[in-house]
Design a protein around this ligand. Structure first.
Ligand SMILES: Nc1ncnc2c1ncn2[C@@H]1O[C@H](COP(=O)(O)OP(=O)(O)OP(=O)(O)O)[C@@H](O)[C@H]1O
Length: 388
């Protein structure tokens, strides 16, 4: 069932919480709602659920307005962060609750409950357990089984994984994706976690100050966000060295400042047009620039750039500039190196600004050493939209 939001507007005590929100969400879509705290995501979810009444606008399912329907008669189910399970009922009875209301009884009910529990990875030993005797992750699985039991057309999820630790979150995220896709069930899922949103969503709605700032496919919004606010909500950004754009840290690669160990006077800080390395530099060393060929270096690289051994190893190839691969390069000083588990983060200072580079392997450079940053100029993010 297609879910349409038309000019949804809601104010609390004269302050707009939602302002003219329009969206057309196809049946079976997994839609993630992102935005800063207080941007109106929960308000929108509650209006769709029928738990809150909008001041203006309409919610429609397959073109039929839901606005007059009370919450319990809407074909939607809300999954809350705190699970909201019936504490006095066993897991099986929690799941059986909605089918019983629909008149399902006897062996059919038992079979349906078992199938739902199995679907969310809870075996028969859980049937008689009450929620208090289950872990947080198990309770969230049970809450999902109970939600599915009512056969809603849209599942509304308000930070459903926020209370769980990281490994549990990843497992439940995959479970959510699998069970909802298998059923063709539409989801409206509020999250603050860009990884969660990017992994789950077919479509992303990004909110700021009650307005819809951006809507689209997650990978496209990540690659070409319309504003800095949207870019930051989807992941970290770092300033373009010597420019006025921004880059994702994983697009700033580390390279040795030169191709071989050099004496301090051998290396001048700056960016250089291709083939125009400073005279003191080795002619063997490939040089790329963040400026068009012919334009001279303009980056102010202050700070101590005296060289130690140029051992900073890059796991990547040098980004030679070609017609279809315009590359740029700048030299700075390593400020800090941190292991993030599955990748490494290096802070590089150039002209008083700090740039973040994230790379898959441990860098062979240390704070205080010179290092070069290289990037593909097509990756530079520039924003037309004013920032929210
Ligand atoms: N019942 C209420 N009474 C008064 N103001 C409210 C009420 N509910 C929400 N608001 C206000 O409406 C705005 C939007 O709130 P909402 O809870 O929808 O934001 P959110 O994006 O879900 O935030 P968070 O990510 O922190 O949960 C906020 O400024 C909030 O203070």
């Amino acid at each position: 069932m297609t879910l349409s939001l038309r000019a949804l507007t809601k104010a609390y005590a004269g302050r707009l919480a939602l302002a003219d929100v329009d969206a057309l969400l196809p049946a079976g879509a997994y839609v993630c709602l992102m935005g800063a705290s207080g941007s109106g995501k929960t308000t929108l979810l509650r209006i769709v659920a029928g738990l809150e009444r909008q001041d203006r606008g309409s919610v429609l399912l397959d073109g039929r307005p839901l606005d007059g329907l009370p919450a319990e008669r809407r074909p939607v189910h809300t999954l809350f962060q705190d699970y909201a399970l019936f504490p006095h009922l066993s897991a099986a009875d929690n799941v059986a609750f909605a089918p019983r209301l629909l008149g399902v009884r006897g062996p059919e009910l038992t079979a349906r409950v078992r199938a739902l529990l199995a679907d969310v990875g809870l075996d028969m030993s859980f049937e008689t357990r009450k929620p208090a005797a289950m872990s947080g992750g198990e309770q969230q699985r049970l809450a999902l089984a109970r939600a599915l039991a009512g056969e809603p057309r849209w599942l509304l999820l308000d930070e459903p994984l926020a209370a769980l630790d990281r490994p549990l979150r990843a497992g439940l995220r995959r479970l959510l994706r699998d069970v909802t896709r298998r059923r063709g069930l539409g989801c409206l899922h509020v999250t603050h976690d860009p990884e969660e949103a990017l992994a789950l969503a077919d479509r992303l709605l990004v909110f700021g100050g009650g307005s819809l700032l951006a809507a689209g496919a997650p990978a496209e919004l990540y690659a070409a966000p319309p504003s800095l606010t949207v870019a930051r909500l989807l992941g970290e950004v770092t300033p373009e060295p010597g420019g006025d754009g921004w880059l994702r840290p994983e697009h700033l690669r580390l390279e040795p400042p030169a191709g071989r160990p050099r004496a301090p006077q051998d290396m001048s800080p700056g960016t250089y047009p291709i083939g125009h390395a400073p005279p003191s530099m080795s002619s063997e060393t490939p040089r790329v620039s963040n400026r068009p060929p012919g334009e001279t270096a303009a980056v102010d690289l202050s700070g101590d750039l005296s060289l130690g051994p140029a051992t900073a190893a890059s796991p990547h190839d040098l980004p030679f500039e070609t017609a279809d691969r315009p590359a740029a390069r700048a030299v700075g000083t390593v400020r800090a190196v941190a292991c993030l588990g599955d990748r490494w983060e290096v802070e590089v200072e150039i002209g008083g600004r700090v740039h973040l580079s994230r790379i898959p392997d441990a860098p062979a450079c240390e704070p205080g050493q010179p290092v070069a940053l290289a990037w593909d100029r097509r990756r530079v993010l520039r924003f037309a939209a004013p920032d929210a």
